[in-house]
Write a protein that binds this ligand. Structure first.
Ligand SMILES: *Cc1c(COP(=O)(O)O)cnc(C)c1O
Length: 401
């Protein structure tokens, strides 16, 4: 997006504010879709948890996307946004049988990732088609919090437990229509992904009535110039070849499914903040903005580096700044970054703010969560209002003491 447009949005709607570029979301979707256009049936299920605003879900719907959901509330959001139940896959971890039954009743594709629930669900609802989430035990992912396929991970049913799965399926006579894996975010190496895929193909041979194989997600996007990103085009070529070969072997054209979150929305997002204070200390210069980890927690939680640009002084000379928030504990967005000279009142834009930013925001320090804008057809559309004091008090009960 043009820096002037972003600056104008900050002027018109105030800060802090999230802005999402619809055009970038569309182009990422098409990129992935094109990379797999030699596979007969492809399903891209957008991972709602990355950015769950209902207007963003509706945009995904216009592209022909399905949804990947991890809670019953995300299922409900998806249905509210106009998705059909069969366009939604529900991939929870560690939820109750009760919640899974509720989702099944809504008609969405159930994906089960533990033996206990598989057995209970299969016994009670043998006719409902179920996908099984496998843990291929491949170490992938940018850091340990987001690597979910390794041996110690709580996700998926271990490939070493396939005999146990088969026994349950046989005893309950349940209908397994899909096999799934999701090994983690920020996969650097295509070959690691392809290796995990081979394990999935091996597993799939055990099930005779499959409709789809779901390869999850984990595509890495660049966070700064020169950053490694998953080569989607090369990945598409390689996996297409293998997948089509497997379908021949299997004797049926299966659907190839993905569930990207970050890949579709990360780069489309900008988080705009205003600099309240420039504070020179003996060791560094702090730029303190009108936000904190309550609005964007990824740097503190994952150590992620969001590029920061000074929209108010795009051509100014560069100086070093530590960009910090206003939360009353250590709240660092960036340490000693080169940024165009900052004056109090300037608007800073954090890039890659589409995925896991607003969706992880909180009211910590009793602050309002920001507004959200969708930049669509060259127009800024408000898709979420900034919170107000009423929102802070909402659901609180004042008792008489
Ligand atoms: C979070 C999640 C995704 C999306 O991961 P990204 O790295 O954002 O693409 C996909 N599938 C499942 C099951 C997830 O939990």
């Amino acid at each position: 997006m043009e820096t002037n447009t972003l600056l104008q949005i900050a002027k018109d709607y105030g800060s802090p504010i999230y802005v999402y570029d619809a055009e970038k979301i569309v182009s990422q979707y098409k990129r992935l879709d094109t990379a797999f256009n030699k596979v007969k049936q492809v399903r891209i299920n957008y991972a709602v948890k990355a950015l769950s605003n209902i207007s963003v879900l509706k945009l995904m719907k216009t592209l022909g996307s399905g949804l990947d959901t991890v809670s019953i509330q995300e299922v409900q959001l998806g249905l509210k946004a106009g998705f059909l139940p069969e366009e939604i896959i529900y991939t929870p971890n560690g939820v109750s049988l009760d919640e899974i039954e509720k989702a099944a009743k809504l008609g969405v594709q159930i994906n089960i990732d533990n033996l206990s629930i598989l057995e209970q669900f299969g016994t009670k609802h043998p006719k409902t088609p179920v996908c099984i989430r496998i843990n291929p035990h491949v170490m992938a992912g940018g850091n340990t919090n987001i690597s979910v396929g390794h041996i110690d991970s709580k996700f998926g049913i271990s490939i070493h437990q396939i005999p146990h799965i088969l026994r349950i399926v046989e005893n309950t006579n349940m209908n397994i229509n899909g096999i799934h894996m999701h090994t983690g975010s920020d996969i650097l190496d295509i070959d690691v992904f392809l290796y995990a895929s081979e394990i999935l193909f091996e597993t799939a041979k055990n099930f005779k009535n499959l409709d789809f194989i779901d390869f999850g997600s984990g595509f890495k996007v660049p966070y700064k110039s020169g950053d490694i990103e998953t080569d989607i085009e090369e990945f598409g070529k390689k996996l297409t070849k293998r997948f089509n070969g497997f379908c021949k072997e299997y004797g049926k054209d299966l659907t190839l499914a993905f569930e990207p979150g970050k890949f579709l929305v990360s780069e489309a997002g900008y988080f705009l903040t205003k600099v309240n204070v420039v504070k020179q200390t003996t060791s560094t210069v702090f730029a303190q903005v009108d936000s904190g980890f309550n609005h964007l927690i990824r740097p503190m939680l994952y150590g992620s580096q969001h590029e920061i640009i000074n929209l108010s002084n795009i051509k100014g000379r560069e100086r070093f700044y530590s960009v910090v928030g206003y939360i009353c504990e250590t709240d660092t967005f960036a340490n000693n970054r080169r940024i165009n000279e900052i004056t109090e009142g300037d608007i800073l834009a954090f890039k890659n703010a589409g995925a896991y930013c607003y969706s992880m925001a909180s009211n910590y320090n009793s602050r309002y969560r920001p507004a959200e804008i969708l930049w669509h057809n060259k127009e800024a559309k408000l898709i979420r209002k900034r919170e107000t004091f009423d929102d802070i008090l909402n659901n609180q009960i004042e008792i008489s003491l």
